[in-house]
Write a protein that binds this ligand. Structure first.
Ligand code: ASN
Ligand code: ZN
Length: 322
């Protein structure tokens, strides 16, 4: 039976309030207040010492520096997805403070999670722009923290590509939800808006069409495969973690667009349940992950329902029979 989204939301609310689903609101105890994020943004001043100078804490007004404000808002949007949709309070499920440093180094063409905080470069202005310009990039980095506190997928080979893919999926979901976009309306790009004007490309990666995000003299051509037949065997990039992530990325895209509507609700819930459910090994390969997502979909939505069917079909399309 297809569950409505409203039904799911009321189940979650009931669980949070500690009452049986279906108990009328008047008899139920008041829902606890939503936990606030605990954000701090630091400025590295174009040096590499972390965290740098504290420039904006939780509840403090915006600065004149738009980079600081984008990082602050991006942490908020990610915290809000985790709490409002998956009932998780921050990346550790225990209200962990979220720290980010901006203006890291000079001409720094990347952003990263260092195990304890997010770090964003301003880009060199020729290939990349300020990495905080893309909400999905901010959420991608924070999702590395979510993975660290859950399945802790090893950053090498297929488990590493899953680690990368999970960050792209939640990065895209944060963006889609912030923009109020359905699966059919979303661009399914990661990092649209951070390629410098002269670069020939749309974004860093595409979940919809892996391998087509850019084709540029300096950057080269997007190397991502969309299916197992095109899996890239390489020793660079920790065994191609940013390359082969195209395969699980595309499976998620196929699943979410087959279901349609708000991707963070049913499709995102299945990915969240798989990541945080305690059954996914740190060295999981693509086939392990695919099977676990199907088990998660069946546990939450039932066997043989639209979620189960769409998911099995999506994995099969990318060459991973479950
Ligand atoms: N921006 C990259 C990422 O988050 C940094 C890295 O290679 N780890 O995946
Ligand atoms: Zn990453």
């Amino acid at each position: 039976a297809r569950r409505t989204l409203a039904h799911d939301a009321s189940l979650r609310a009931a669980r949070r309030a500690g009452v049986a689903p279906g108990v009328p609101p008047a008899l139920a105890s008041a829902e606890p207040a939503a936990p606030e994020p605990r954000r701090t943004v630091y400025d590295a001043g174009h040096r590499t010492a972390l965290p740098g100078v504290r420039v904006r804490g939780e509840g403090e007004p915006p600065l004149r520096d738009a980079t600081v404000n984008r990082a602050y808002a991006g942490l908020g949007a990610t915290h809000d997805l985790l709490w409002s949709v998956y009932a998780r309070d921050s990346i550790d499920a225990a209200g962990l403070p979220l720290n980010a440093t901006v203006h890291y180094d000079r001409d720094y063409d990347n952003a990263f999670w260092n195990g304890g905080q997010m770090v964003f470069g301003d880009g060199d202005g020729r290939v990349f722009l300020d990495f905080t310009l893309a909400l999905d990039v901010i959420a991608h980095e924070l999702a590395h923290g979510l993975t660290q506190y859950t399945a802790d997928l090893a950053y090498q080979g297929q488990s590493g590509a899953l680690n990368e893919s999970v960050s792209d999926v939640f990065g895209s979901l944060v963006k889609q939800r912030a923009l109020g976009q359905s699966a059919e309306e979303a661009d399914w790009l990661i990092g649209a808006g951070i390629l410098a004007p002269g670069v020939s490309g749309r974004a860093l990666r595409s979940l919809k069409a892996p391998g087509t995000a850019y084709d540029d003299d300096v950057l080269g051509r997007d190397p991502q495969p969309a299916r197992m037949a095109d899996y890239v065997r390489t020793s660079s990039d920790n065994g191609g973690v940013h390359i082969n992530s195209g395969i699980p990325n595309h499976a998620f895209y196929l699943f979410a667009t087959d279901l349609g509507g708000r991707s963070w609700e049913r499709a995102g819930q299945v990915w969240y349940d798989t990541l945080a459910g305690g059954r996914l090994a740190a060295d999981a390969d693509f086939a392990d992950f695919a099977r676990q997502t199907v088990a998660s979909a069946r546990a939450r939505f039932g066997r043989g329902g639209p979620e189960d069917e769409a998911l099995v079909k999506a994995w099969s399309t990318v060459g991973l029979p479950t």
